[in-house]
Design a binder for this molecule. Structure first.
Ligand code: NAD
Length: 494
């Protein structure tokens, strides 16, 4: 732990915008405070981009796109450069992991084992796919030939949240850059450091100037400017439903740009009466919500459990929750780090009061003040038991280590309650019966359904939601659909 603290103290991170191949200050010199969630102190100040900076970045991206330096480059060249970027991320693993941990409060062990390798793998996977994807020839009459080819869209604006800064950025820039687009990335204001560093690594890898730009700044200024810019062809957004809907408005009021949205969830973990290994189930249920202190868009924040196994399962979940090592993100032994910001901390703690007002049994739900880190943003694992699924605790995305437990009788009621949500990002079902598993998976309205597990995922499978969890998919080859347009070329063969 001492080593990581020393490394953090010695760190002097790049904090400026990255536009057209160079780091620069915001045009008006504005900065925003980056507060360390570890101890609540001022960690550094980051350049705060605004409309003028976003305009400069978008114009650089557009000029690079039109020049063809990347958009029309041999795809093997784009492949080589992006694979090099992925390698550079791993060569700089400790630095990127430290930036991610300091900014977001992820435990350093998770940042090293999960965040950075996962993001690097995503970039590499899309690069490797580039010479394995074929276009189409349409079944025309014999006297014609119609080619259907994928082409890059142009300038992509990627607006990402603070819960997995590097991973979610990679989900967007991997396929967008591989397909030949230019990108302007707007990270969340409180977690911009890894994205800023990534821009430098991309340039080192050989991504040409203007093709990948990073403009940190506030959402209502920099984010909105990107959403409304007439030269942006597409916005890929992950974050809250309110802001996601705002991007649809920006698009409608500007150039009708394409918008894909990933807007979080209230994912149900449905446990049926026939589960045999309740301890294993409880461990999965607990990690499904408590990992990353519950700040996961598909986090399993609702446990919908059959009344016959409720008591034993909830006891086991509580045991797992109490056993987790909560504390300093810079300690390799820490399993549960911080909430990412003071605003989010207040939001999460506010739900403890909401739960009490709804007559729910509250286990945990308190702020924790570790010795020496008293002002950090720590919350203990929390179980709200006896939740009415229709109330606020059952319906609202808390985005903290908070599990809402609702008891049901039988599979039909379980599916009905699981589907009674405005969201539809993910769900799971636990049962020994294969037929019940498959029919339940079909009936659960969600983009991903896990059977007898939770949160097993990889870049190979699509990720995204139905209902208010958004539209469009990150990950897998399907993500190319979000960053390409189909071009038909019809040739008369006389
Ligand atoms: P948010 O939606 O406000 O922020 C996400 C991104 O959008 C950030 O980059 C932010 O700067 C930008 N943004 C914010 N306001 C904007 C605006 N008016 N115009 C353009 N861009 C804007 O998310 P938040 O406020 O940080 O978190 C609020 C809640 O959203 C959380 O409590 C959680 O429920 C949810 N959330 C979901 C996810 C997810 O992965 N789906 C991630 C983070 C937060």
């Amino acid at each position: 732990m001492t080593d990581w603290i020393a490394a953090a103290a010695a760190l002097s991170p790049e904090t400026r915008l990255f536009i057209d191949g160079d780091y620069r200050d915001a045009a008006d010199g504005a900065t925003l405070d980056s507060i360390s969630p570890r101890d609540g102190s001022l960690f550094t100040r980051i350049a705060a981009g605004d409309t003028v900076d976003v305009d400069a970045a978008v114009r650089a991206a557009s000029a690079a796109f039109e020049s063809g330096v990347w958009s029309r480059a041999d795809r093997r060249e784009r492949q080589r450069v992006l694979i090099r970027l992925s390698e550079l991320m791993l060569e700089n693993l400790d630095e990127l992991a430290l930036l991610e941990s300091l900014d977001s409060g992820h435990p350093i062990g998770d940042a090293r084992r999960v965040d950075v390798p996962n993001a690097a793998r995503t970039i590499r996977w899309y690069a490797e796919a580039l010479d394995k994807i074929y276009d189409e020839v349409a079944p025309t009459p014999e006297n014609a030939l119609a080619l259907v080819r994928r082409e890059p869209l142009g300038v992509v604006g990627a607006v990402v949240p603070w819960n997995y800064p590097l991973i979610i950025s990679a989900w967007k820039i991997g396929p967008a850059l591989a397909a030949g687009n230019s990108v302007v990335l707007k990270p969340a204001e409180n977690t911009s450091l890894s994205a800023i560093r990534l821009a430098g690594l991309a340039a080192e890898a050989g991504v040409p100037a203007g093709v990948f730009n990073v403009v940190p700044g506030y959402g209502r200024t920099a984010g909105q400017a990107l959403g409304r810019h007439p030269l942006v062809d597409k916005v890929a957004f992950t974050g809250s439903p309110a802001v996601g809907k705002g991007f649809l408005t920006y698009a409608g009021e500007s150039n009708g740009k394409q918008v894909s949205l990933e807007l979080g969830g209230k994912s149900a973990q449905l446990v049926l009466a026939d589960v045999e290994d309740l301890a294993a189930c409880a461990s999965s249920v607990a990690w499904g919500i408590f990992y990353n202190a519950g700040q996961t868009c598909h986090g399993g924040s609702r446990l919908i459990v059959d009344e016959t196994v409720h008591d034993e399962l909830v006891d086991e979940v509580l045991k797992v929750g109490r056993s987790l090592v909560l504390g300093d993100p810079l300690d390799e032994l820490t399993q549960l780090g911080t909430i990412a910001s003071g605003v989010q901390l207040d939001r999460v703690l506010g739900y403890t009061e909401v739960a009490r007002s709804e007559g729910v049994s509250v286990h945990g739900g308190n702020r924790v003040r570790p010795t020496g880190l008293e002002d950090g943003f720590y919350v203990e694992p929390t179980v709200f038991d006896g939740v009415d699924n229709a109330g606020r605790i059952g319906q609202e995305e808390i985005f903290g280590p908070s599990l809402a437990v609702t008891t049901v009788r039988g599979v039909d009621e379980g599916i009905r309650v699981a589907n009674e949500s405005a969201y539809g990002l993910a769900a799971s079902v636990w049962t020994q019966n294969i037929t019940t598993a498959l029919t339940t998976a079909q009936r659960l309205r969600a983009g991903t359904v896990w059977v007898n597990t939770f949160d097993v995922a990889d870049v190979i499978t699509p990720f995204g939601g139905v209902k208010q969890s958004g539209a469009g998919r990150d990950r897998s080859l399907h993500a190319f659909d979000a960053y390409t347009a189909l071009k038909t070329t019809w040739i008369d063969l006389g």
